[in-house]
Design a protein around this ligand. Structure first.
Ligand SMILES: NC(=O)c1ccc[n+]([C@@H]2O[C@H](COP(=O)([O-])OP(=O)(O)OC[C@H]3O[C@@H](n4cnc5c(N)ncnc54)[C@H](O)[C@@H]3O)[C@@H](O)[C@H]2O)c1
Length: 419
């Protein structure tokens, strides 16, 4: 079988996609790029490195002869690299998030349309066992039409923070506003229903001591209340509450589906409860939910995160190969998963009013946003810069970052950093 040749930008999270290519039969990694000497050294020491060319800069890397690029660089910098890669004739798999600003969103869509190449968004939580099965059942009409859903992605990253921010005050994780990383909570509900978000109201939690001692300037968590095109509503919550949770629930006109919560047991994300009538208005007495254990294929079982490190890459490669059944998240859907967070923070900054979510599928909508560069990075936003916390950025002493950096250096020395 002809293998798709892949280049990977970012060898840290990118390692999951590198591992996919090593184990799967439809792709191979031929080039890796990372500006960090530490990450490159790690990758050079891994099995199969002799068949890979290594780069420390994107401009040389993108000239390498490969078919597709995986972008696993900083979450705020995917769009500019995606556009360059598409213009260089490479298919693109982008880690979350798809872009940082509305200007980039417009440019990204137009680059994908112009190229005719595959753009796949790596919103891997859509492919975890429960949400993957929920999509199948929803599309079969199991619970009727979507009315309400909830998505939770709670990840207390404090134990990891030194390993993933290295004490760098300017690292994107220290500078993302509370609603920015909204994709894992919103994404699965969007992918299950296929409905477009039309407006959003945002909420931002307070800043806590836990955040400040890590060097992060944002509220602890964000909430988006999103209205979809059919009038259905999503509640999305994500952030660093103390106890982790990945959980999805969807109500329709004749039933409900929901995944199990973390405290329900070790196999929670692989468990799904479905309680649905045969028709709306049936109301049989004592109807109990059916417990499903969605099946993963044998190859997917070799990968982490309940299959979510397998399926998105598998489908991306299959899409490139022309498989009509490949289940990819295209650029429009990617923005449906991200723009509600971006617009929710605007809602927060305006005191909690509902804000329209742009429909960039429409060419007529795009001109409104072509020069909208508002974000927390002054280099990108100029005088449109917005604070990381709505009431103004907190003062975090240099010593905080120095202490995180020291801990990062200790972990490197003691070989405690993964990959
Ligand atoms: N989907 C998931 O489950 C999941 C999990 C973790 C991270 N992520 C995403 O993966 C991406 C990467 O996150 P991360 O945790 O690996 O860490 P990160 O964002 O700190 O680093 C990414 C890597 O890219 C490299 N890099 C950045 N810019 C570069 C450039 N211009 N040229 C060459 N190399 C460059 C860095 O040196 C680093 O090794 C982010 O977008 C994040 O949102 C997703």
């Amino acid at each position: 079988m002809k293998k798709i040749r892949v280049g990977v930008l970012g060898g840290y999270r990118g390692n999951a996609m590198i591992e996919y290519c090593k184990k799967a039969e439809n792709a191979e990694v031929v080039a890796i790029c990372d500006k960090s000497a530490y990450v490159l050294e790690k990758q050079k020491g891994r099995e199969g490195a002799e068949n890979i060319t290594f780069y420390d800069n994107f401009n040389d890397f993108i000239k390498h002869d490969f078919d597709a690029v995986v972008l696993a660089n900083y979450a705020t910098e995917h769009a500019p690299f995606a556009i360059k890669a598409l213009n260089a004739g490479k298919h693109v798999y982008s880690e979350v998030l798809p872009c940082q600003t509305l200007k980039e969103a417009v440019e990204l869509i137009e680059a994908v349309e112009k190229s005719g190449l595959v753009y796949a968004y790596g919103e891997n939580y859509c492919y975890m066992s429960a949400p993957r099965e929920m999509k199948k059942l929803y599309r079969e009409g199991k619970i009727g039409e979507f009315e309400y859903g909830e998505g939770e992605y709670i990840h207390n990253c404090e134990p990891l923070w030194p390993s993933i921010t290295y004490g760098d005050e300017n690292h994107w994780r220290n500078n993302m506003y509370a609603n920015f990383y909204c994709t894992h909570s919103i994404g699965p509900i969007i992918h299950i229903t296929g409905l477009r978000p039309v407006s959003v109201v945002g909420f931002e939690s307070k800043i806590t001591e836990r955040k400040l001692r890590q060097g992060s300037k944002s509220g602890l968590f964000g909430i988006e209340m999103i209205t979809l095109e059919n009038g259905g509503i999503i509640k999305s919550i994500h952030g660093d509450l103390y106890k982790n949770s990945v959980w999805y629930s969807v109500y329709g006109s004749k039933g409900r589906m929901e995944s199990a919560r973390e405290d329900a047991g070790d196999d929670f994300v692989n468990t799904l409860y479905v309680n649905a009538d045969n028709y709306s208005g049936e109301y049989p007495e004592d109807k109990k939910a059916i417990k499903y254990k969605p099946q993963m294929n044998d190859l997917a079982k070799k990968f982490g995160h309940a299959g979510s490190d397998f399926y998105p890459m598998y489908n991306f490669i299959e899409k490139i190969k022309g498989n009509p059944d490949a289940d990819c998240i295209d650029v429009y859907e990617a923005l449906d998963m991200f723009l509600p967070g971006l617009m929710a923070y605007r809602s927060v900054l305006k005191g909690g009013v509902p804000v329209e979510v742009p429909n960039l599928r429409l060419k007529s909508e795009r001109d409104k946003y072509r020069f909208d560069v508002a974000c927390t990075d002054k280099k990108i936003a100029g005088d449109q810069v917005i604070p990381v916390f709505s009431l103004g950025n907190p003062e975090i002493p240099k010593e905080t970052y120095n202490a995180v950096k020291k801990e990062w250096e200790r972990r490197v020395a003691d070989k405690e950093i993964p990959y």
